[in-house]
Design a protein around this ligand. Structure first.
Ligand code: UDP
Ligand code: LCN
Length: 818
């Protein structure tokens, strides 16, 4: 590929492109003629560059052409060729898109809208539909008339910071502008018992005076005076419980509000809202299962989401208990994780309705079954086939939650497409603040999944999934993501949410505005790994010695059985280790191939992988069976026995943590080779254990790891380069053992600074508190949008879900008919 000279940042591509084309008119004409030569087609950036190289084979001439055209070419993500036009989708910066069409005959350039670009794409696959003036067009942006948006790509993901600023300026707007805040405070209660203030102080000026009076009074008290001893006096002035547990804390909260009323500033506002007693009851949806506390990981579809949700509950409950205590309240928080009850639970507890969550005092898993007209569905079904059950599930779950919870939830959090959809239905019904968490939006995992939806739908039902995702992301009051890239990608790669801004499913609908990454609803709160489980290998006194014999057997015995195949001839070599569900995207087979091909890597280290099991005929998962076969094939092809150990999926996280540490004892490394990884919990688990980590540069891990400092990035699409990078590391460690220690320590430092559950829980609850008020401030717009969403749900989602076969027992049944 030709190297592209330094980029020139231009104001607008459409302004600079004609000149760039004019400068090398001869070559550009040949180049565009080449692009249109094969007729209608969709081209990616690399195709455009490859074909240009074919046309201009002289290196110096190509360099000259790229001086003008290089910037445009390397910011173009895609081109829809419909001769004589080549329509380009150009992304100069995260979140910013420009669309142009170039006439290959005369090189004229015109700016086009997203809609026009999408029509070009549609023309490639379904010209009739593309030209249908009444084709369904979805435009959520049309409903965003009053909510302010961020402006800079660097602010994306810091929604709470921006919302605080917007709120500060709204509350600053002169007489009466603080009244919504007073009304909001008046509405706060727990099970009907008023909190913060009562009707005695129902205006901003009355509130301000009362605060001044209370401040003077509180100053006379010792700082640690418990709130119970002055509660009654405060009540006389109109103050209810919730301000703090001691005189000092009450005074601090009151001063913070006084300042907000006098001259609102964003930082103080955020601090004040973080102290408000608004969240006690939380419902989390994580529907598809298997969702359990033991023996579920490694089962199909059951990966990081379960780990994330369980750790999240522990962290949220801990933070809630702390806040409630500091608010001076005697309230028991309740957290319910609502998932699917699977009667055929395969030895797990997924058939148990209610289960207390370990390491919490008040949190439970509530399991509600999928029901159809034929009764309860007994078996697990893939997350891709789940859509026809969700509406009824939402109703059943609603009834159960209301039965169990003392009062309405104050916060609903959805997880993944299915959980987010159910959470949206429930939040709309209850008028509760909603946060959604995607974990992984499926759309970007599969190339051209929108334009090819008809081809992929029988297998993946993306039409349902993308519709559900659009509904959830537009219903949500806030969206939690694990990384920036999840929202807006990187310089080169569009983000997962960003890819929902404009896309098309020809024959179904065209989305001209599905989401906007500059919406302040997007917030980054990265998860952590449970540090009582995943701790550094150097903390010898904490090491879980009870697992040592089993791990020794797992890694080093020569036997091949149902638990492990392959063996390690030279036990002294460091181990490179990987653990994941065995699906295509995780690319464990890719890693095995890289290792098989790379002689020097094979000389330096052994390979251990954990995932799935060995008999493909036992897998119920479409992709998993194929990957299992591929692993067997690679072991044979590269004659890996003696250097590889393949271990079946592991379900005990404590033992797994000791496995990571044992690999660290060999001075090995963790390798996460995924073709794409939304976040990658294994990456932070390994880093927490002090294991140097190589992880994919495609997705979240690129952000978690600072390349060459806290670990390394590898490119899953360049296997040889990646395996050489790993080999270089081990060679370097051989020459200088200190190098291994340095990378290990820097990985741990990175974790402590950015990826812990404590940081997460504090941030998410602050977000929950402030967005509850923000949604109230924008309620008219919210309700208008909700009507649009409801129509979309009713007319689109419902009928799409009906096209997915429902199952009875083990056999798929025909589609549901009305
Ligand atoms: N995991 C496990 N056993 C396995 C494979 C994975 O316990 O055989 C765990 C792993 O430790 C991590 C989670 O499952 O906690 C996988 O999360 P990640 O974010 O890496 O990927 P996901 O599966 O969610 O895509
Ligand atoms: C789903 C994924 O694919 C992973 O990348 C994440 O780490 C996991 O969920 C937890 O959010």
């Amino acid at each position: 590929m030709a190297s592209v000279p330094a980029l020139k940042r231009s104001e607008s591509v459409v302004d600079t492109m004609p000149e760039a084309l004019r400068q090398s008119r001869y070559h550009m004409k040949r180049c565009f003629a080449k692009y249109v030569e094969k007729g209608k087609r969709l081209m990616k950036a690399n195709n455009l560059m490859d074909e240009m190289e074919k046309v201009i084979d002289d290196h110096t001439e190509r360099k000259q052409v790229l001086e003008g055209f290089g910037y445009i070419l390397c910011t173009t993500k895609e081109a829809a060729v419909v001769p004589p036009y080549v329509a380009l989708a150009i992304r100069p910066n995260p979140g910013f898109w420009e669309f142009v069409k170039v006439n290959a005959n005369d090189l004229s350039v015109d700016s086009i809208t997203a809609k026009e670009y999408l029509k070009f794409k549609e023309t490639i696959v379904d010209e009739k539909w593309a030209n249908d003036e009444n084709a369904l067009e979805i435009d959520f942006g049309a409903m965003d008339f009053s909510i302010p948006h961020l402006t800079l790509p660097s602010s994306i993901g810091n929604g709470i910071g921006c919302v605080s600023k917007f709120l500060a300026s709204k509350l600053n707007g002169g007489s009466g502008s603080a009244q919504p805040l007073v009304d909001y405070l008046l509405s706060l209660n727990h099970q009907g018992e008023k909190l913060m203030i009562n009707e005695t102080i129902n205006t901003a000026s009355k509130l301000q005076s009362a605060l001044i009076r209370a401040d003077a009074d509180l100053s006379l008290l010792r700082k640690d005076t418990p709130c119970q001893s002055f509660e009654l006096r405060l009540k006389e002035w109109g103050f209810e419980k919730g301000w703090g547990d001691t005189a000092e804390r009450v005074q601090e909260t009151m001063r913070s509000l006084s300042e907000v009323l006098q001259a609102p500033d964003p930082l103080n506002l955020e601090k004040f809202f973080g102290r408000l007693p608004t969240v006690f009851n939380v419902v989390l949806f994580s529907v598809h299962g298997y969702f359990g506390q033991s023996d579920v990981l490694g089962l199909p579809d059951t990966g990081g989401q379960v780990v994330y949700v369980l750790d999240q509950v522990v962290a949220l409950e801990e933070e809630l208990l702390l806040r409630i205590k500091q608010q001076g309240l005697n309230v028991k928080p309740q957290i319910l994780v609502v998932t699917r009850l699977i009667p055929d639970a395969k030895g797990t507890k997924c058939n148990q309705e209610l289960e207390p969550i370990n390491n919490t005092k008040h949190s439970h898993i509530l399991r509600v079954p999928f029901r159809t007209e034929n009764g309860v569905l007994p078996q697990w079904i893939s997350r891709f086939d789940i859509y026809p059950y969700l509406e009824r599930y939402a109703q059943d779950a609603f009834n159960k939650i209301m039965e169990l919870m003392e009062g309405k939830p104050n916060l609903i959090l959805g997880n993944y497409t299915d959980g987010n959809l159910v959470a949206s239905l429930m939040a709309s019904k209850l008028g509760t603040t909603l946060g959604t968490i995607a974990h992984a939006l499926e759309k970007t995992k599969y190339e051209d999944s929108d334009i090819k939806w008809k081809e992929l739908d029988p297998k993946y039902h993306f039409s349902c999934q993308f519709t559900a995702d659009l509904i959830a992301m537009n219903t949500a009051d806030f969206v939690i993501t694990s990384t920036y890239q999840e929202i807006a990608g990187s310089k080169d790669r569009p983000g997962q949410y960003e890819s929902h801004a404009a896309f098309t499913m020809p024959g179904l609908y065209r989305v001209v505005s599905g989401t906007n990454v500059f919406d302040p609803k997007f917030n980054i709160a990265s998860p952590g790994a449970d540090q009582s489980v995943y701790f550094p290998h150097t903390e010898k006194q904490k090491r879980l010695a009870q697992f040592r014999p089993a791990i020794e057997e797992l890694l080093f015995s020569k036997a091949e059985n149902d638990e492990h195949i392959g063996y390690l001839e030279d036990k002294k070599k460091p181990i490179i280790f990987s653990m994941a569900r065995l699906d295509v995207v995780k690319n464990i087979a890719g890693l095995t191939k890289w290792y098989g091909k790379n002689k020097s890597l094979r000389n330096l280290v052994n390979l251990v992988v954990v995932g799935a099991f060995f008999d493909p005929s036992k897998s119920k998962d479409r992709e998993e069976a194929a990957e299992i076969k591929k692993m067997h094939m690679l072991i044979e092809k590269y004659q890996l026995r003696g250097q590889i150990r393949w271990i079946v999926a592991q379900t005990d996280r404590n033992r797994n943590s000791e496995l990571y540490r044992t690999i660290a004892d060999t001075r090995g490394a963790f390798v996460q080779p995924a073709l794409y990884e939304a976040f990658g919990l294994t990456v932070i688990e390994a880093m927490n254990c002090g294991l140097p980590t190589f992880a994919t540069n495609q997705g979240g891990p690129a952000e978690i790891i600072v390349d060459g400092v806290s670990g390394f990035h590898i490119d899953p699409n360049r296997g040889d380069e990646s395996s050489n990078k790993i080999a270089d590391f081990f060679q370097k460690c051989k020459d200088n053992p200190e190098y291994w220690n340095r990378i290990s320590a820097q990985g741990l430092q990175r974790i402590h600074e950015c990826y812990t559950w404590k940081i997460y829980a504090n941030k998410v609850l602050n977000i929950g508190c402030i967005y509850s008020f923000w949604r109230q401030m924008n309620i008219d717009q919210k309700q208008a949008k909700q009507r649009y969403i409801q129509t979309f749900y009713n007319l689109q989602f419902r009928s799409l879900a009906k096209n997915v076969a429902v199952r009875i027992g083990e056999t798929p049944k025909q589609k549901i008919t009305e």
